[in-house]
Design a protein around this ligand. Sequence first.
Ligand code: HEM
Length: 450
Amino acid sequence: MARILAEPPARSPLKAVSGDGGLPVVGHTLEYIRDPLTLFRSRWDKYGDVSWLTMAGQRWITVLGPDACQEVLQNKDKAFVNSDGWSLLIGPFFHGGLMLLDSDEHLRHRRIMQQAFTRERLVRSVDSLNPVVASGLDGWHAGDAVQVYPALKALTLGVATSVFMGGAEDSSDAEIDVVNASFVACVQAATSIVRYRLPGTRWKRGLDGRKVLDDFFRRYLPARRARETDDLFSVLCHIESDTGQRFSDDEVVDHMIFLLMAAHDTSTITLSTMMQYLGQHPQWREKCRAESLALGTSSATLDQLDELVSVDLVMKECLRLVSPTPVVARRAVKDTEVQGKFVPAGTYASVAPHFTHHMAQYWPDPEKFDPDRFCADRREDKVHRYAWEPFGGGVHKCIGMFFAGAEIKTIMHHLLLRFDWEVDPRYVAPLNFTSLPFPEDGQPVKLRLR
Ligand code: HEM
């Protein structure tokens, strides 16, 4: 039954936010995990762009549509913070990450970290990506139902271990497996329903995982401080902002753990979505492959990746169809308003780019795979500044978006040159949204060596 979140102040022109809590204890959490789009559509139809519900044990406003998303992400009156919002979900596992910082502290860290994401460093990262991707793909085999999601996840983890961490010199494979499992545990703990350290719970596995990661990075820190190399871990140890500020040891460890998480599942789901749609649309597969072949090399440089125009269109369309970060979290630290509705201090906000990406008002035939909607003579994404927002917006906009694009295109370029693949045109990925979206069936494709 609809109720209001809070009465607006007396004589205020603001309206109240309506909504409902959902089921006892779990609220709407399970509906979200099963299918956020259906949940958001029903909120939009019932309550409009801003409504409230209960998830993860708290009341959240759900912020839908590009105008409302823009208002919260631009955060002009500084009423919303990231730290309190994201901390509720991932704080115990990813504290200290750039996305969980605010105000001056965020600005200080972002200014230093920006130095790790310059075009010059990106050029070098792409050069080191190529051999890692090539050797990762050596382990791929043809088959009629190859589960590409876990295979891509292993590939992007390999990238993380070498390009981000610069390898793990004295670690055994078994230890790397434990580290990888610890990441997964941290990410999955974010949407736990039981949020106490009880034996056997996802929450406890997440906390134990964080400890493993802390110890692991601390062990390698002295070597990275001692010598500057091209990997992100070493770069974070050595970069300085324009004013000479640097990260402390604790800050490097916190940022590394967060960055690996931020970079990993997001790129993996984008790649698996691209493999799905390319497998279902042979004409796009051939178009992309023709551009890859035209480069005349499997080890493309950053400048050459820019020539893969069709891969870029497909990537953008896949980021729209399956947003790797379906929602971003905020919390109001003072009374404020969103789209003329009163939001009291303390309210959590879930901003939903995923919903915007499927709105028929902005995207004609929104469920159709149509990469040309991003081409120069259509640019459907330009209809609203926040119509296409897979990397967020405002001061927290993804710092790794160009790295992500380069990694995804490098992997796709190698895949197109080595393999051909098909996916049944009727296939719909059974996505699970327990943490970031992933296909529960591993996304089988018919894979052939070229
Ligand atoms: C397809 C891939 C990716 C997607 C869709 C994505 C999406 C996002 C989104 C939506 C945000 C904003 C969160 C917010 O406003 O609260 C964000 C922030 C961030 N992302 Fe990404 N990301 C991707 C890849 C990466 C990669 C590869 C890295 C690093 C190498 C990275 C590092 C970060 C960091 C550090 C932040 C926090 C920025 C800040 O708070 O100032 N991301 N990302």
